[in-house]
Design a protein around this ligand. Structure first.
Ligand code: TSB
Ligand code: ZN
Length: 583
């Protein structure tokens, strides 16, 4: 989908359309106060305070109608240039605009754009007349905290999008509809993967039997890959004594993303937001020599993070999740090969699972940010150079992002684009020279001296939750057979004649560890086949008299009209091999 923010002419058009929206809202809700209305990747939005009024989805057509009216009236859009004093005077009734103006320099020339009876503070540029915005649509509404701070008032946000031609708008809206169909929140519901209910808690996913099967298979898949690469799996608790997080620095640097501390008898506990401290303790539990390194401690580990309710999204961003985590303890000489090993593993999994749309981002610290980042210039420079070198040697394309590093070190992230919304990080690999020091970890080197190991934090799937969300969208819910909650569905042409044979096949497949269902309901065969397709089951077996007589199986694959007939023994071998090919 086109990135409107980055397209110069669409950017101006959408920005002007945000003004048109505010203009119409001012007509319909005269007390409306406006905060900001930026252009985003998929159009624009405007945050507004409507006092007592609440805008609902059903109100959008009414606002669109008013926008059309203003558009048709073909009002010139003119730029005004004001001194700070003039601007404060002009917007004196709008506290949000006053807030913006007050933060500007005393001698700033402040620009505003006027269209008929509506003037808005704005840097511009703008379209010449209101008529330029003809083909637009208001797409959704949501709440947004003033300045993104949950302690502030909740404003109302209206989203929209504008194009130069009707055709462009319609094509875009069609793509948007298709994206909604791919949205994991829809697929997750349709396929019985998970649900979220406020009664349980926001951002706390409940995985249903199909979701649990998929979860288990993903866990097994990645754990097997790790085992083959010498990772050692552990199991640690999802909470810890507050001292652990004081030592790690999470309480200093990461408190905002943590749930509040709990008092337990005379101790304080916290739900963990990350597993690193526990893994540091595992390392520290034994004495180590250089011969033990690299030591790759891994865990599918549960974490809890205090994400704001507005940022939660299906199972893509949740408040409790399981990271496919590992902390690799190594010597400085091993960083390069370990880092490369992680990148190789990421690439291998993506290739096998047919994930093709992703890009690498190398996140570095902002040397000016003295609050977020652990202070040690030499250490940061060294770490950042090391990662750069490895990436350059492997020959991967990547972009550098200043100020995006974790507080403990630079990192490589793999960014993907979900069906709806902004890019997210899936895999990550983060270099860390700090934590081992904080936990006083050491190993005895060749020359008998005591050294501090380096740590690589890495998650290939990110979290199982987020990976599942993304993968459901990538595959549109059509999972490879090894991940499918139901792999084979058996439908007899007629229950009365082939019911027994169908049961025999069902038992045979079950005995061979194939996840199979036998649809023995009293329904028409075609109805059952259609349902099997809706459920995106990879293989549907249809058994008639011929199959029964010859001990054969006729089957169809999802998405194919072709019916293939094989002996039951061959079928078992075929499916088992197919499943095994992913492991
Ligand atoms: C990799 N300590 C490291 C770990 O060792 C760590 O926690 N890194 S992280 O903060 O980047 O998280 C790892 C991955 O978890 C992210 O790359 C992202 O894919 C996933 N993730 C982060 N927050 C959420 C969330 N709220 N919901 C779902 N997944 C998340
Ligand atoms: Zn970690």
């Amino acid at each position: 989908m086109i990135n409107i923010k980055e397209n110069e002419s669409l950017n101006t058009l959408n920005h002007s359309c945000a003004h048109l929206l505010a203009h119409a809202v001012r007509h319909l809700y005269p007390n409306a106060k406006f905060w900001v209305g930026p252009v985003i990747e998929d159009g624009f939005y405007y945050d507004m305070d409507l006092g007592e009024d609440v805008i609902k989805e059903e109100d959008l057509p009414k606002i669109e109608k008013e926008m059309k009216k203003i558009s048709k009236s073909d009002k010139r859009i003119t730029r005004l240039e004001l001194s700070k004093r003039e601007a404060l005077d002009m917007f004196k009734d709008d506290p949000y605009k006053i807030d913006i103006i007050q933060n500007l320099e005393e001698d700033a020339i402040i620009s505003a754009y006027k269209q008929d009876d509506f003037t808005d503070l704005c840097r511009g540029p703008h379209m010449p007349t209101t008529k330029s915005m003809k083909y637009f649509k208001l797409t959704k509404i949501s709440g947004a905290y003033y300045k993104g701070d949950s302690n502030n008032k909740m404003l109302q946000r209206i989203y929209g999008v504008c194009f130069e031609t009707e055709e462009d708008l319609n094509n875009y809206l069609k793509e948007l509809e298709e994206a909604k169909l791919r949205d994991h929140r829809k697929i997750g519901k349709d396929l019985g993967i998970y649900f979220i209910d406020d009664m349980v808690g926001k951002g706390l996913p409940m995985y249903l039997p199909n979701g649990f099967t998929l979860w288990n298979e993903l866990e097994n898949y990645i754990r097997n890959k790790e085992l083959k690469r010498g990772y050692k799996h552990v199991l640690t608790p999802p909470l810890g004594n507050v001292e652990l997080y004081k030592t790690s620095g999470h309480l200093d640097h990461y408190k905002d993303a943590m749930f509040p501390i709990m008092q337990v008898e005379d101790e304080e506990y916290v739900l963990r937001p990350m597993n690193c401290p526990h893994h540091m303790m595992i390392y520290g539990h034994d004495l180590h020599s250089y011969k033990d390194l690299p030591l790759r401690i891994a865990e599918i580990a549960r974490d809890c993070r205090y994400e704001t309710s507005g940022s939660l999204k299906g199972i893509e961003r949740v408040r409790t999740f399981c990271q496919n985590d590992s902390h690799i303890f190594c010597t400085p000489d091993q960083i390069e090969s370990e880092f490369k090993g992680v990148v190789d593993l990421i690439l291998e999994c993506y290739k096998e699972l047919n994930i093709t749309n992703y890009r690498f981002e190398l996140s570095l610290r902002d040397p000016e940010d003295k609050v977020k980042y652990f202070q040690d210039d030499e250490m940061w420079d060294k770490a950042e150079d090391m990662l750069r070198n490895v990436l350059n040697n492997i020959g991967i394309e990547y972009v550098e992002k200043v100020g995006e590093a974790a507080f403990y070190g630079p990192k490589l992230d793999v960014q993907v684009k979900p069906a709806v919304g902004n890019e997210i990080t899936l895999s990550t690999c983060q270099l860390d020279f700090c934590l081992p020091m904080k936990f006083n970890l050491s190993y005895i080197d060749k020359d008998q001296s005591k050294k501090t190991p380096v740590v690589l934090h890495r998650a290939v799937f990110g979290t199982i939750d987020r990976f599942m969300a993304y993968y459901l969208e990538e595959t549109k819910g059509v999972l490879p057979i090894f991940l499918s909650p139901v792999q084979v569905n058996i439908i007899p042409v007629n229950m009365e004649y082939q019911g027994h044979y169908a049961k025999e096949i069902y038992d045979l497949l079950l005995d061979n560890d194939i996840r199979v269902e036998f649809d023995d309901r009293d329904e028409k065969m075609n109805y059952k086949i259609r349902e099997s397709v809706t459920r995106k089951i990879p293989i549907t077996i249809i058994l008639g008299d011929k199959e029964k007589e010859n001990g054969n199986i006729s089957y169809r694959r999802y998405g194919s009209e072709e019916t293939i007939t094989v002996s039951k023994e061959d079928f078992v071998t075929l499916i088992k091999n197919e499943i095994k090919s992913y492991k």
